[in-house]
Design a protein around this ligand. Structure first.
Ligand code: HEM
Length: 509
């Protein structure tokens, strides 16, 4: 038989086979999903187009129709969305061991995975225990303590911002209008320095190779939140990284810088002569000590290689820098939008704060403002968990093995049953009638996530965010440029970040 004849006979057969297989798949997809409440849309596409650029709001609207437990298909992925705090707590705490692993995603692969992503139940928990112990040990230090590190870095940041603001303001005075200045990269740089010191101590912090990378990293940090995330196109459409090639490559180069900074930092740390002065002062030193104290068998059991330790340092450095930067960026925006609240913080800070700002987390009004920043910005709108064993929640919700669950943390911060006027920025909601901070309200939201995958840097963040916030308010009046109304709507991604904005910083001294 001629080749052309063979192809004529085979092509229709293959087409019929593929068509039948596709139809069978469509029917089975429909059969398995029809009893599940939720928004499915077409196979391979799902609701990707309906999500728009504010997925948190679109999902919130659907939950009103379908309830707090809802299925959702986006691109190639299906998710079970939980929007109720009771179920989220139950899943992440009582079924902690079934939701601890994280399969590697496309954007996860670009971060090289490692400590953050792991699909072996049990192994990851032990790895995280090491991260938590290392961070706890750093937080316990009395010399090179977290507040000490914060104070030193604030002493560099404030004069830098004063110099930059004075230059811009003087030029604006001549021109008759003040466009203000961008803060994201500057916050990125100083938060990265803070995280560098928590992770790698002082070794190499003034090294030119590291310094230039910290600058470059802070200039590209904005790419991270809008590219990563469980609902991002890169993670729900397998070939998106080829479609949006330049964004993907910029995302990768951000991670390359993170890796290079941590690699150089570890080299400098190991080369440091006076290791004793450094020991116990940073995450890396604890990682190395903890790993050295383990038997080879114990290390093998959790596959704790040098590579995993290195990636653990990268994770803590990157996650801390990114969250702290976004939090401070929101804080400055809200302060510019709500001048009366800013003034009230200033009165409290001027009266009570020590010169090092290390007692800032004890100021009740500032605490209330910082918690309202966490609530209102809902920095991490969705947590993601993958269920490794089928389970049933107390209300009868069955979650099959392999399900990707989205923890709708954004919904918690907007629940009208819990928060009076949830769409209003009002720090007073976190104050008791006597003016003290009301910690019990914090139980109703989860800015640091939940369960075993909860943020390990929470205690550091809780000390550092008020310190940096107090230093900013004590040294500057923050205003929007004349005629500009601050835009409080976020850019959607793994974190919700403000759209790029300008503010006028007026030095007070
Ligand atoms: C205001 C500051 C911060 C906020 C709002 C924040 C928030 C979060 C959230 C929501 C998560 C995901 C948790 C989940 O899925 O349940 C997370 C994870 C993480 N955070 Fe933070 N964070 C902050 C500061 C920090 C700091 C200062 C560090 C390091 C010193 C840090 C290190 C990490 C790491 C390593 C993870 C990954 C944990 C895992 O996958 O198990 N964060 N953070």
């Amino acid at each position: 038989m001629e080749l052309s004849q063979l192809s004529e006979n085979v092509t229709p057969t293959v087409s019929v086979f593929l068509g039948t297989a596709f139809l069978a798949w469509l029917v089975s997809d429909w059969m398995s999903n029809r009893s599940r409440k939720g928004v499915w849309g077409l196979p391979f596409v799902g609701q990707i187009l309906s999500l728009g650029d504010a997925s948190h709001r679109a999902i919130h609207a659907w939950t009103k129709q379908y309830g707090d437990v809802m299925w959702l298909r986006v691109g190639f992925k299906s998710f079970l969305v939980l929007s109720n705090i009771k179920q989220i707590k139950e899943l992440t705490k009582e079924h902690a061991s079934s939701v601890e692993t994280k399969p590697l995603t496309t954007t996860g692969k670009a971060t090289k995975g490692g400590a953050h992503y792991d699909v072996v139940p049990g192994r990851w928990k032990k790895r995280k225990t090491i991260i938590m112990r290392a961070l706890k040990n750093v937080q316990k230090q009395t010399v090179f303590s977290i507040p000490d590190i914060g104070t030193e870095e604030i002493r560099l940041m404030i004069p830098y911002l004063e110099g930059k603001a004075s230059k811009i303001n003087a030029q604006a005075l001549k021109q008759g209008s003040n466009p203000g200045m961008q803060l994201f990269e500057d916050f990125g740089y100083y938060m990265a320095r803070l995280m560098y010191r928590i992770n790698l101590g002082t070794a190499g912090i003034y090294d030119k190779d590291i310094e230039s990378r910290l600058r470059r990293m802070s200039n590209t940090i904005a790419i991270y939140p809008v590219t990563a995330g469980p609902l991002g196109n890169f993670d729900v459409l397998p070939y998106w990284k080829f479609v949006k090639r330049s964004q993907y490559l910029e995302f990768c180069s951000f991670h390359t810088l993170v890796g290079e900074i941590c690699q150089l930092g570890i080299e400098r740390y190991l080369a440091e002569e006076d290791k004793e002065s450094q020991s116990n002062s940073c995450v890396a030193s604890h990682f190395f000590h903890l790993a050295n104290d383990m038997t080879p068998e114990a290390k093998a059991e959790i596959d704790l290689t040098d590579e995993v330790l290195f990636l653990g340092v990268c994770d803590v450095f990157r996650a801390g820098t990114e969250s702290m930067t976004a939090t401070m960026y929101w804080f400055a925006l809200y302060m510019s939008a709500f001048p009366k609240i800013q003034e009230k913080v200033r009165t409290e800070v001027d009266d009570m704060v020590s010169e090092s700002y290390d007692n800032a987390h004890k100021l009740p009004y500032l605490q209330a403002v910082v918690h309202e920043v966490y609530r209102f910005s809902a920095l991490a709108p969705f947590g993601k968990r993958t269920v490794s064993d089928s389970l049933t929640l107390a209300d009868g919700t069955f979650i099959p093995k392999g399900t990707s669950v989205l923890l709708n943390l954004w919904a918690l911060s907007r629940d009208p049953k819990v928060w009076n006027e949830p769409y209003t920025f009002n720090p007073n909601r976190f104050l008791k009638p006597d003016g003290s901070f009301d910690g019990s309200k914090v139980e109703n939201m989860m800015p640091f996530g939940a369960g075993m995958r909860r943020c390990p840097g929470e205690s550091s963040g809780k000390v550092l965010v008020p310190m940096v916030a107090a230093a900013l308010i004590a040294n500057f009046v923050i205003e929007p440029p004349t005629g500009v109304t601050p835009d409080l709507e976020p850019l959607f991604g793994i974190s919700l970040t403000p759209k790029p904005y300008q503010v006028v910083l007026k030095p007070r001294h």
